[in-house]
Design a protein around this ligand. Structure first.
Ligand SMILES: [Zn+2]
Length: 230
């Protein structure tokens, strides 16, 4: 594989991984107020593409500037393409910051396809990913580093490692994330706010209809009574 090709594959993995970490891990780490050690692969300093992200200059809504060569672009994706084409050689890969195997351990593909793959389960691959996942938990949230660390260790195993099984019974990311719940919450609130006036409108219209109906009936009976005796 060409180096450039490898980078583009690595970068798409990376984007998947970042999305996953943001949604299913960071809310819990923040809640525990825990500082991830730089020895951990999940630490931002071990992020291969962070340097690129820091060289993105957002000048205006429609202007993005490359921090390396100061060239301007109309959209962020053009700048991303520019990084891929011009500056991929600036990435520091010497320290083995490749995320592809990490992605296997953390189910990146599951997140992006949003359904489990139908391919046959390979016990050896599953065992390897599970081991990688558990060693990540040990390194990032060491059990001897206090209550927060051991709590996050347990959560990490539960959230990412337990699903590495061929039995297919374990759920991916059972705890969900901050983003997802807030979206559902927002949707429910908006729906309620929209339905409430509609409900009152229906009640109002119904009552008005009833009142009109009664008046109509009274008039008819009055007319009927007047004509009857003559
Ligand atoms: Zn540039």
């Amino acid at each position: 594989m060409l180096l450039k090709e490898w980078f583009s594959k690595e970068k798409s993995m990376h984007m998947k991984y970042i999305a996953l970490e943001k949604e299913y891990l960071m809310p819990f780490v923040e809640r525990e107020n825990y500082q991830i050690s730089s020895k951990c692969r999940l630490h931002p300093d071990n992020d291969l593409f962070r340097d690129q992200e820091q060289h993105k200059i957002h000048v205006d809504i429609n202007e993005w500037k490359c921090g390396y060569c100061k060239k301007s672009f109309r959209a962020e994706r053009y700048l991303d393409q520019h990084f891929d084409n011009r500056h991929y050689n600036l990435l520091n890969v010497s320290e083995g910051k490749c995320l592809a195997d990490l992605c296997g351990a953390l189910h990146c593909d599951f997140v992006m396809n949003s359904k489990s793959p139908r391919t046959k389960c390979n016990p050896a691959a599953v065992a390897k990913n599970r081991h990688l996942c558990e060693s990540l938990a040990d390194r990032c949230f060491p059990l001897n580093q206090g209550r927060s660390a051991s709590h996050l260790h347990e959560l990490f195993l539960h959230q990412f490692c337990d699903a590495h099984t061929c039995s297919g019974k374990k759920k991916h990311f059972p705890k969900g994330g901050k983003k997802q719940t807030s979206v559902i919450y927002l949707a429910v609130s908006i729906l309620t706010l929209m339905l409430l006036p509609l409900f009152y409108l229906i009640v109002y219209l119904y009552q008005r209809e009833m009142r009109q109906g009664k008046q109509e009936l009274r008039r008819i009976t009055r007319v009927g009574q007047k004509t009857k005796p003559s």
